[in-house]
Ligand binder design. Structure first.
Ligand SMILES: [Fe+2]
Ligand SMILES: [Fe+2]
Length: 166
């Protein structure tokens, strides 16, 4: 595969991932504006863009390893986001006096550390047959294990804001 095609796959993966997230937010807005049918369309296209993104990622070389390798990669990405990436974003938002943006970045930084710990635990448990269930805070992305907390430990959202994943 040429370098150019490799770059194009990476570009298309990023663009489709963004389009999927964007359409999901458009769907929520359409719902709020009283257009449930339009919301359904945005959700359907969001899912379709996500199909594209996953397809491209699978075609990119060296991105998908064994499950043990993938857990390590996921762990390292979370640590990098927590230690290297978010702190710089938080600093700039703070300098700009944008408290709402700073709060969003800060909560995400804290949540990435939690994600990293969950991956680490899963790596250690890889060969055990422990079954965990997971609940995701729809405000900040904190992942709770086995039960929803009364309040999200990162953003204080109430337990009803947690969604169980399959
Ligand atoms: Fe994360
Ligand atoms: Fe939260």
């Amino acid at each position: 595969m040429s370098n150019k095609t490799e770059q194009n796959l990476a570009y298309a993966f990023a663009a489709e991932s963004k389009a999927s997230a964007r359409n999901s937010v458009f769907a929520v807005k359409a719902e709020q504006d009283g257009f449930p049918q339009i919301a359904r369309l945005f959700r359907a296209v969001a899912e379709a863009e996500s199909v594209h993104a996953r397809r491209y990622l699978r075609l990119m070389r060296g991105k998908i390893g064994t499950t043990e390798e993938n857990l390590k990669t996921a762990f390292e990405n979370e640590i990098k986001a927590n230690v290297e990436e978010y702190p710089a974003l938080i600093k700039t938002a703070s300098e700009d006096g944008l408290e709402v943006v700073k709060k969003a970045f800060s909560e995400s930084r804290d949540v990435e550390d939690r994600h990293a710990q969950l991956y680490k635990k899963a790596l250690n448990d890889l060969l055990s047959d422990r079954i965990a269930s997971y609940y995701v805070c729809q405000i900040c992305g904190y992942v709770a294990e086995d039960q929803t907390p009364q309040r999200c430990p990162v953003c204080s959202a109430i337990s009803e804001k947690f969604k169980q994943t399959e």
